[in-house]
Design a protein around this ligand. Structure first.
Ligand SMILES: Cc1cc2nc3c(=O)[nH]c(=O)nc-3n(C[C@H](O)[C@H](O)[C@H](O)COP(=O)(O)OP(=O)(O)OC[C@H]3O[C@@H](n4cnc5c(N)ncnc54)[C@H](O)[C@@H]3O)c2cc1C
Length: 474
């Protein structure tokens, strides 16, 4: 174990100031680990984990710190896996997909570029690409698409470093047996509670382009035929501006060969030129709604004069125009977020969406609470991943946000009550107050506990958050 990569936090003194605390992107949690390590490869990772276990020190890996919950928090060993990056192997499959084994610390934006250069792409993605592969799958990160599942449904296998420092490879079609299959289940979406992922095998598809259509609609027009809105497109979502009856709709469908050929013809036919042009043609969401300077200004104004928020939202909603463009899939999925916020997101049974939005609207109107961020609605297919928020049911995700500098608790408390009453399940990486006691009605937590106890008998991969939401397995 090299001193250059493993360090105990020194006692504070004038000569050696303590390392700064680790903070989440949303500034929603921070902590000071006793030890930090940034292993260069899997062998070093295994040695560091084994060493911590021998010393009775708890271990948590961190990805990009983009969870709002303290999922990666630790007062023990904090593992930074940024050096474990890149693609290890690509195996084409008879059905036209490919199985790509990628090191666990790889950031999604790096992976997307690597895949594109190989003529491949992730089937679906969330709306940012800063996360690590392991961090994203471990909390159930998802995008939108009524026929598609979240990122964990795209995982076919993992390599996981266990509490004893051993490395196990487990996968979906594991010939070794049921125990391995169950370990895989909690390893691919389990908040890092059965070990540290060192590599992930993803099922990816041939590279594709998306035809994006972004249009402001009356909210009623979306709600009138929610099923049609969700089902008629590969990836549909909308943003509703509180206090208004306006929604920005985003409908992305696979571009036809003709669409792409027409785009190439217009743009000289050079792929780089087309992609550059697409990148410049920033989407409405980027330019007008969520991430730009104007939206930052709206939020700063909201802090200074909360009573202006309804009018600011009306202006934001009216400022929207329509846009349609064709671009590589990952450029369409991802929107940079430069305005810092806190977020809560719940997975609802799709049939409960309309009433839940009506209740949010009712509460906002009655309370007058200033909320300058739009409410985001996305869709997913039912899946069978044990801890997936879309497990066993067609799902609508509803996300509420608040500007980081504004009070969020009344808004989030009210939204959480509405979501909970609607049978909602909280995103594991976004703010919520639910606990294992009531989440047990939604997930096979007894099975998860059994798998965790076998994989981690001394509980070195737990923290307060996993204790709260999954229970103590030991
Ligand atoms: C601006 C913004 C936009 C977002 N957009 C979306 C979205 O569109 N869809 C969505 O579903 N979510 C979204 N999220 C939430 C985000 O995708 C998740 O919280 C995700 O887990 C963050 O990934 P990360 O790499 O930062 O992981 P972290 O937050 O660093 O870690 C998450 C969990 O993974 C564990 N972990 C990390 N690495 C490993 C490893 N190697 N082995 C085992 N466990 C590990 C950590 O211990 C922790 O429990 C967004 C968050 C932000 C801040």
């Amino acid at each position: 174990m090299s001193q250059s990569t493993v360090a105990s936090t020194p006692p504070s003194s004038a000569a050696a100031p303590a390392a700064p605390p680790v903070r989440t992107w949303g500034r929603t949690a921070s902590w000071r680990p006793a030890r930090r390590a940034a292993p260069h490869d899997e062998a070093e990772l295994a040695a560091v984990v084994g060493g911590a276990a021998d010393d009775g020190v708890r271990v948590r890996a961190i990805g990009a710190g983009h969870s709002f919950t303290p999922a990666a928090q630790t007062d023990g060993l904090h593992l930074d896996l940024d050096a474990l990056a890149g693609i290890e192997a690509v195996v084409p499959q008879p059905d036209g997909t490919s199985h790509v084994t990628v090191r666990a610390g790889t950031r999604l934006h790096v992976l997307n570029r690597l895949l594109w250069s190989l003529g491949l792409a992730m089937r679906n993605l969330g709306d940012i690409d800063r996360q690590s592969v392991a961090g994203a799958i471990s909390t159930g990160t998802h995008g939108t698409g009524a026929r598609l599942g979240g990122l964990a449904t795209q995982v076919r296998g993992v390599r996981v470093v266990g509490a004893d420092g051993s490395v196990r490879t487990v996968g979906e079609a594991d010939p070794a047996g049921a125990a391995e299959r169950e370990l895989f289940e909690v390893a691919r979406l389990g908040l890092g509670t059965v070990g540290v992922l060192s590599a992930v095998t993803l099922e990816v598809v041939p590279a594709f382009w998306l035809h994006a259509r972004e249009e402001p609609w009356p909210l009623e027009a979306v709600l009138e035929d929610l099923d049609g809105f969700a089902d008629d497109h590969d990836h549909a979502e909308f943003y509703w501006f509180p206090g208004t009856r306006r929604a920005l709709t985003l409908r992305n469908d696979r571009a036809s060969a003709d669409d792409v050929a027409a785009l190439r013809a217009r743009r000289s036919g050079v792929l780089g030129t087309v992609r550059g042009a697409a990148a410049r043609a920033r989407t409405l969401v980027d330019e007008e709604v969520l991430s730009n300077g104007a939206f930052g200004m709206v939020n700063r104004l909201a802090v200074a004069a909360p009573s202006l928020v309804p009018r600011l939202n009306a202006v934001s909603a009216r400022a929207l125009g329509a846009r349609s463009y064709v671009a590589p899939s990952h450029e369409v999925f991802v929107h940079p977020r430069r305005v810092r916020f806190a977020e809560m997101e719940y997975a609802l049974p799709r049939a409960a969406l309309r009433d839940a939005l009506g209740e949010l609207d009712g509460w906002l109107t009655a309370s007058g609470e200033p909320v300058p961020f739009p409410v985001e609605v996305r869709f997913a297919a039912a899946d069978d991943v044990w801890l997936s928020t879309a497990r066993g049911r067609e799902t609508a995700y509803v996300a509420v946000h608040q500007y980081a500098a504004m009070a969020r608790h009344r808004w989030f408390d009210a939204a959480e009550q509405i979501f909970t009453a609607a049978g909602g399940r909280p995103h594991w990486g976004k703010l919520h107050t639910r606990t294992a006691d009531d989440l047990a009605a939604h997930y096979p937590l007894a099975d998860v506990a059994r798998v965790r106890a076998a994989a981690d008998p001394d509980g070195i991969f737990r923290n307060d958050y996993t204790d709260a939401v999954l229970g103590v397995a030991h």
